[in-house]
Design a protein around this ligand. Structure first.
Ligand SMILES: [Zn+2]
Ligand SMILES: [Zn+2]
Length: 258
């Protein structure tokens, strides 16, 4: 299995609009962060996790055309606005559909935003013969994508629920300020855990910060922990110097092979 981090930035990326790098050193290319997304690949399947506003660029950088599915963690803009490109992406789907996986609430939020793609009365001009096809998922009910077993689990993200996922010995948990006990049960014996650390210090009721994320990692004890969804307070070198063994910062394009 190979995981590629397509973007490890928080909602507004680094630098934020207008070129403000915050505490991040602009000279270090690892500080340039697109919106959060990963690609999980095994022998037969390619699963994209989240399709944010930078998806067009990420798809070009990583040669993403055919996918076996898209998994949406939740309905915030930095995770779903790449859906705008679905009609054009579908040009590559001449002999298959593109399955989209989300909880009912997340699906509803995506359909609300992209109403014109989801209103049967409107004829969206998809480029290929395939179509995006919704599959509703529920936390703790596993499903299969092209031979890849996926276990979604629940995360609290302020007043909304976000969905993490586990594939084999790998798990991804972003946009989270609290992990339910039942979800910790699905985080045992991980080889690699990519987990949110939105900022260095606590400033938001719906995201995690360094002290809290490190406390989760100390409890879950993955062999390797990689921090993601990072804002412009998370300078690569200065935060890396504060991390314990086995914990590192993600950067855009990092590939993890398991
Ligand atoms: Zn986010
Ligand atoms: Zn969010």
């Amino acid at each position: 299995m190979k995981i590629t981090v397509l973007g490890c930035g928080s909602a507004y990326g680094v630098p934020v609009i207008g070129g403000d790098w915050g505490a991040c050193n602009p000279e270090n290319p690892k500080n340039r962060r697109l919106c959060p997304s990963i690609l999980i690949e095994d022998n037969n399947a390619r699963l994209l996790v989240d399709m944010g506003p930078d998806f067009r660029q990420q798809a070009e950088q990583h040669n993403i055309r055919l996918l076996d599915g898209v998994f949406y963690t939740h309905g915030h803009a930095d995770h779903i606005t790449g859906n705008f490109h679905l009609p054009m992406l579908m040009r590559y789907y001449t002999d298959r559909n593109l399955p989209l996986y989300a909880t009912r609430r997340t699906r509803q939020e995506i359909e609300k935003l992209w109403w014109f793609q989801n209103d049967p009365a409107i004829n969206v001009e998809y480029s290929g013969s395939g179509r995006p096809l919704w599959h509703e998922i529920r936390p703790f009910y596993g499903f299969n994508v092209g031979g890849m077993d996926v276990m979604p689990f629940s995360l609290m993200h302020g007043r909304m629920e976000c969905t993490g996922l586990r594939v084999g010995d790998f798990a991804y948990a972003t946009d989270v300020n609290e992990i339910p006990e039942e979800s910790f049960d699905h985080l045992q014996n991980l080889a690699v855990w990519i987990v949110e650390c939105n900022c260095e210090f606590n400033k938001d009721k719906s995201h995690s910060y360094l002290e809290q994320t490190l406390a989760w990692i100390a409890r879950v004890k993955p062999q390797r922990a990689i921090l993601t969804h990072m804002d412009h307070t998370m300078d690569y070198d200065s935060i890396s110097a504060k991390l314990p063994d086995g914990v590192e910062l993600a950067y855009d394009g990092i590939e993890i092979v398991l």
